[in-house]
Design a protein around this ligand. Structure first.
Ligand code: NAD
Length: 371
């Protein structure tokens, strides 16, 4: 099989779906690889590095398998040959009609965000690897825009306490943010609706905030569920009370399949001190902060609100390495060149396969909850 690696064309995307290391993995499986000229440039990977690993630099669009980071643009849908396998993030709910257009071109479509989060598929989980990096980067971006130090300091002009950081949502991204903020010396507090998050937060040396109101936060498979409006109101009251003490807020609260909950409405934001920084990592899914502008930095009453939606791409070299490895692990599941096929009964591949042989595929029935 030939694997094609196009250059990403969506604005602001610096990652690439293959590295010289994963090129070698594909060659080891008996495949050949064609990389578009300049595809790795924004990730610091020059064409000769791909060539040295055994790839051809050329037109990737005639390949049997196209691997990409982002879903195709309208122009890109026209480029692969009919019957080709397309592997990338798809997130069709954000672009109505996209999947249907790909299916009309007879593409088989593997959506990376649909790889189930079960133990066997952890090595293919781009959502986790990217969330991890994004959480770290959110703290670095906050540090860039915050005018103080993270760690405590004793200077000739006096002593300075550590910055106080609040992490809302302690999943993969939130825990990475929490660890990064702790590593920089900040005092960190965190809140999550899932009871299981408490122990993880505390084991990283942060304080788990207590909410007087009890409501189970676990939905299907241990993932978050949409909370009642009275619970959200109690959360907002908690954050309003915390605001006077907090210098930096990182919000990561998401519920699969739903709009991100609004946890920092305007009146809560206005309780923070001027100079505080809010990084809204849920910006792309509707935002946890009412004032967030996706992709932008805004300042409201002296409070900086960052709505960057490209946090992983801002660390393109590392993000490409992680993403490419996840993709190569998924492709390896499809077999070597001589046995290559899409296993329609595989419990990792099938849920991610959204179109095949000219048909849109319904979601398979749910399996046991992930652990
Ligand atoms: P996510 O990105 O969908 O959500 C981020 C966090 O927001 C979650 O922890 C969620 O509980 C929290 N949240 C939702 N509503 C909230 C609210 N109103 N207030 C505060 N917090 C709120 O989740 P994620 O980080 O991708 O993963 C969540 C869980 O799934 C974690 O426990 C993680 O360990 C687990 N997971 C398991 C696997 C696996 O392979 N088994 C892989 C990835 C993640």
């Amino acid at each position: 099989m030939q694997i094609g690696v196009p250059k990403e064309t969506r604005p602001g995307e610096r990652r690439v779906a293959a590295t010289p290391d994963t090129v070698k993995t594909y060659l080891g499986l008996g495949h050949t690889v064609v990389v578009e000229a300049g595809a790795g440039e924004a990730s610091g990977i020059a064409d000769p590095a791909y060539a040295a690993a055994g790839a051809t630099i050329g037109d990737p669009w005639g390949a049997d398998v196209i691997i990409k980071i982002k879903p195709p643009t309208a122009a890109e849908i026209e480029k692969p040959k009919p019957g080709a396998l397309w592997v990338s993030l798809i997130q069709g709910e954000r672009e109505p009609g996209l999947l249907e257009a790909m299916n009309a071109k007879k593409l088989s479509v593997l959506a990376l965000e649909r790889v189930p989060r079960v133990t066997r598929a952890q090595k293919m989980d781009v959502l986790s690897s990217m969330a991890n990096l994004s959480g770290y980067r959110a703290v670095i971006e906050a540090a860039e825009h915050y005018q103080g130090l993270f760690g405590p300091a004793i200077t000739a002009a006096g002593a300075l306490p550590p910055a106080r950081v609040l992490v809302i949502g302690a999943g993969v991204a939130g825990l990475a943010a929490l660890a990064a903020a702790r590593a920089l010396g900040a005092e960190v507090r965190a809140f999550d609706t899932r009871a299981a998050a408490r122990e993880q937060v505390e084991s990283l040396g942060a304080k788990f905030l207590h909410l007087a109101m009890e409501e189970a936060g676990e939905g299907t498979g241990g993932y978050a569920k949409v909370m009642s409006s009275s619970f959200i109101a109690a959360e907002m009251a908690l954050f309003r009370e915390q605001a006077k003490d907090i210098d930096i807020v990182i919000t990561t609260a998401l519920v699969p399949g739903a709009k991100a909950p609004t946890l920092l409405p305007r009146d809560v934001v206005e309780c923070f001190k001027p100079g505080s920084v809010i990084v809204d990592m849920a910006a792309e899914q509707g935002g946890n902060c009412e004032l967030t502008v996706p992709g932008e930095r805004i300042v409201h009453n002296g409070i900086v609100i960052l709505g960057f939606t490209d946090l992983a791409s801002r660390m393109a070299t590392t993000a490409s390495r992680f993403f490419s490895t996840n993709v190569a692990n998924l492709i390896a599941e499809l077999g070597k060149a001589d046995t290559f096929k899409i296993p329609l009964d595989d419990d990792v591949v099938r849920p991610a396969l959204l179109a095949h042989s000219g048909d849109l595929l319904p979601a398979p029935p749910p399996k046991a909850p992930p652990k």
